[in-house]
Each structure stands twice: as structure tokens, then as C-alpha cells.
Design a protein around this ligand. Sequence first.
Ligand SMILES: [Zn+2]
Ligand SMILES: [Zn+2]
Length: 252
Amino acid sequence: MRPLIAVLVGLFTCQIAIFLTTVFLHRTLSHKAITMSPGMRFVCRLLTWMSTGIRPREWVGVHRRHHAYTDIQGDPHSPVLEGYWKVQLANVALYRRTAADGVTVERYAKDLAPDRWDKALFDRSLVGLALGIGLVFLVFWGNWEMTLIVIGVHTVSYLLLNSAVNAVGHASGKRPYTGLATNNQWLAWLTGGEGLHSNHHAAPTSARLSFATREIDPGWWLIALSRRLRWLEVRHTAPRLARGATREPQAA
Ligand SMILES: [Zn+2]
Ligand SMILES: [Zn+2]
């Protein structure tokens, strides 16, 4: 029974990290589809640091490069170029290779130059992760076995789901818009809406990733609630298609 609880807690903390990734790293920082209040932005920075260890400007740099070179030479993690399984299973290695190339972050994340909080805290990924692990350890009253299960489930599921957005999201599913990106509602349920990836590539500045009634974007629920609480503003409510993006005529 107790290991099952640890597995469920690991899946829950993974979903917290997934929502931070889609709402904060992706929709807010990378595409500026959302403007957060300073308080919410700081909480998101803190929780991203403790739950993923990701440096936001690196994630943003790699991601903007993906949009600049989608599925052509220069894309950091295209299944068309690298093969599906390499992206699905080795996405972290591809991410690290691009984030550390000395060019991508400097060119694509100029607006996120390190501030005093980054220098003091948030650039120290291992410190953030140690704090996150310490928090889980405290919640489980110093039980290392439970802590390790939570951390293991959290880490594996987070990495596999993020990889799936890059791998499945450019390999299989519906393609309502031009390009190879796809919509998969099952993946959207697991990734806070990111599975609606064809929609996202067609309208990257849209805070909402669901465009049709049968599409569901769980990340939008959090955004809509936060908006009602005046913690954030969205750039525009109706999706605006990027230049060159058109709806494919054969799609329903
Ligand atoms: Zn993509
Ligand atoms: Zn994007």
C-alpha cells in the first residue's frame, strides 16, 4: 500500500512539473503568450527549479530554436532527422547538446539574461533538486525508500512525457495544420495540453492550445483560473495563426 502511495505522489509531483513546463517555460517565457504577475512568476521560477532543475533561459533557447528550424537541419530534437526512438529515449542528451553549444541560448534567449536570483540560486540546478528531494523526504518523515520511489517515478515520467511531445508530437497523430507537428488528445491529457502540438505550431503565441470543441487543453484550465484571480494576463484569447500556417483541407 505505501509504495503505491509513493507512486501516486510521484505522478502528482510530475504533473506539477509538467504544468510548470507548459504554462511557465513554454507559453509564458518562450512565446510570451502569457504575462504573469511578479509574484506568480517568482513562484513558478522557484517551483521549476525545485521540481526539474531546468535553467529557464536554456529551455527557452532550445525551444525557440526548435520553432526556427522545425523538422529541418538545425532542429535540436526532430524525429524526422534523428529518428523517433532517439528523440523519445535520448531527448535529454539532445537538449543538453544544444543548450551547451555556446550559441543557441545566447542567440535565442537574449531576453532572459541571468539576474541576481539566477546567479545566487536558480542557476544552481543541483541545489534546487536537492531541496525538492529534501522536501519529499520531510513529507515522508525521513523514509528513504518512499522518497526514492517518488523521485524515481517523478523523474522517469517527466522525462518520458516531455520527450513524447517532441517525438510523438512530430511523428504520429492528426495534422490539421501545415507542417509535421501533430495533435494527440491522449498526449494532451498527460502533458497539460502540449499534445495539441499541431495547433501550437500553427499559432505559437496562443495561450490556449485547444482550438476546437472536442480538443481539451488542461493547461488552459490553470491559466483561466489564474487569469480570473488576476495573477496573469493572456496576449490574445482567440488563436492567431502564424504567417504561413494554414488549415489542411483534408482534416475534419
Ligand atoms: Zn514541435
Ligand atoms: Zn513552442
